[in-house]
Design a binder for this molecule. Structure first.
Ligand code: C5P
Length: 310
């Protein structure tokens, strides 16, 4: 009898920026305690999983040459983690990543791919797993993976993996400036530790005003409150980012911030039209590799062309 091969499953997954990122001290396990406000953006990746005799990963799109296609890829680690959870030895699947999110850009692209892979494989293998159970597997893969499952806007604590949704009434419009090369996340955290040993780089205050600004939906109020403790470290490693941040504001953005560990810079704009104008001007300023517009918040990992089964 012929076995029925299930059709491939495709999931779209958002990128993230951190509207607020407060980094605590280095913990014994090598991580830092964080308090962060994650915000999911429409700039996204698409991940397709399919049953295949030859397991593996293929990558297309933004930064494809810089993405590993072996077990170093977090999406493949997601395959292995879910296979283990479901007691499936030797998973015969192919994962195709279509990248829109910059690689090593501080927008959690690798984490997004891992989250999308978990959601897609759950459907391909018809597993009975809800999003909260997937989030437990996701947290073991990386600090930003659970947020990519849920999307929206959320307060993250712990390593960033403990999430509480934050009310955000408004769609905010952003311009993103991609740099020529990525930055290593552990390297940026190490640089922050070094800067803190030798001085006192700026620290963001409480996240509470950011949460209030999100509830009010006023981009001008939110713009005053964007803050990221990792920015000083990213700028220290990549001094050109200072010029990029200035250029975005000169182009008419309300405010700019380094996204996560960088080097992508995110600029908040008054509305969609303003974002297009800022993007055009920034693209001509010669301070970055590429410019994109995006809006947020958007939902987390979702099936493309079908209903969400989770
Ligand atoms: O969790 P993830 O694998 O994405 O983290 C990558 C690296 O970033 C960690 O190995 C650590 O060096 C740094 N990190 C940290 N504190 C966090 C999250 C990440 O120091 N809360």
């Amino acid at each position: 009898m012929l076995a029925v091969v299930p059709p491939p499953v495709t999931v779209r997954v958002p990128s993230k920026i951190n509207l607020h990122l407060s980094v605590g001290d280095l913990r014994d396990d090598g991580y830092h305690d964080l308090t962060t406000v994650f915000h999911a953006l429409s700039l996204s990746d698409e991940v397709t999983v399919a049953v295949a005799e030859e397991p593996g990963i293929e990558v297309f799109g933004e930064g494809e040459d810089a993405v590993p296609t072996d077990a170093k890829n977090l999406a493949w680690q997601a395959v292995e983690a879910l296979a283990k959870h479901a007691d499936r030895a030797d998973p015969k699947v192919r994962v195709v990543l279509r990248k829109g999110i910059p690689v090593a850009g501080g927008m959690a692209g690798g984490s997004a791919d891992a989250a999308a892979t978990l959601v897609a494989l759950t459907a391909l293998w018809k597993l009975e797993l809800g999003r909260d159970e997937l989030a437990e597997i996701a947290a073991k893969l990386g600090s930003d993976v659970p947020f990519a499952l849920y999307g929206g806007t959320a307060l993250g604590t712990g390593r960033g993996e403990q999430l509480v949704p934050v009310l955000s009434r408004h769609t905010f419009h952003w311009v993103l400036a991609f740099d020529h090369r990525g930055l290593s996340t552990p390297g940026v955290f190490r640089e922050l530790d070094r800067l803190r040993e030798n001085g006192s780089p700026p620290r963001v205050g409480s996240h509470a005003p950011v949460v209030e600004a999100l509830a009010s939906g006023d981009p001008r109020q939110l713009a005053l409150l964007l803050g990221n403790d990792l920015q000083a470290a990213a700028v220290s490693l990549r001094p050109g980012l200072r010029r990029t941040l200035r250029a975005g504001v000169n182009a008419g953005a309300l405010a700019g911030t380094v996204s996560g560990s960088g080097p992508t810079c995110a600029f908040l704009c008054e509305d969609a039209e303003a974002a297009l104008e800022v993007a055009a001007e920034l693209a001509g300023a010669g301070v970055c590799r590429t410019v994109r517009v995006a809006h947020g918040p958007v939902p987390g990992a979702r099936f493309v062309g079908g209903d969400d089964v989770n």
